[in-house]
Design a binder for this molecule. Sequence first.
Ligand code: E4P
Length: 216
Amino acid sequence: MKIFLDTADAAKIKKYAEMGMVDGVTTNPTLILKSGRRQEDVTKEICKMVDGPVSAEGNAEKAEDIVKEGEVFASWAKNIVVKVPMTPEGLKAVRVLSKKGIKTNVTLVFTSAQALLVAKAGATYVSPFVGRLDDIGEDGMALIEEIMRMYKNYGFKTQVIVASVRSSAHVVRAAAAGADIATVPVNIMDEMFTHKLTDAGIRKFHDDWEAAKKKA
Ligand code: E4P
């Protein structure tokens, strides 16, 4: 399974890209706001650091405006993917952008019915939001499992990005369900590296190493 970073923090992306952990990046208006930078500047910088797809999200609602906005994003770098909202106008825009050779990521997907329409529209990626479903008492990962089964049944090419990830368990369940990608926030990426027994084991081995040196 590919791992994308769900952030617009260029320094954090650089850190994990240097470790070879970043297959792509997803951003959204909230993450751009958090970065405190202009969308164009930060997105162009991210596109240079990462070879894989970088999703950029705009604000347009009408299909023709989404297409115009998407063309501007696509002019920034070769690896741009245009995020499109899960609406009839969004899916109309997906068809037009696809014909122009521009990759799309349909965002804010919360049901299998929506995911089916996204695949039929020919989107490159679909982003079901598991965390936000969990937040309202539903089972986000069950949605991923159903979408994976559905896409497999018909050989749909649309790749599934598990989004709105809230824990390393979400990432593991995404991989177990056969999802193509999980887009992971930096705090969850940090969490994935650690376990208290790893830390305790490192400390103990370090102390014993020093003690053995003194004895020899
Ligand atoms: C990524 O494409 C989504 O915009 C992001 O994962 C949403 O995450 P959130 O629900 O934590 O805001």
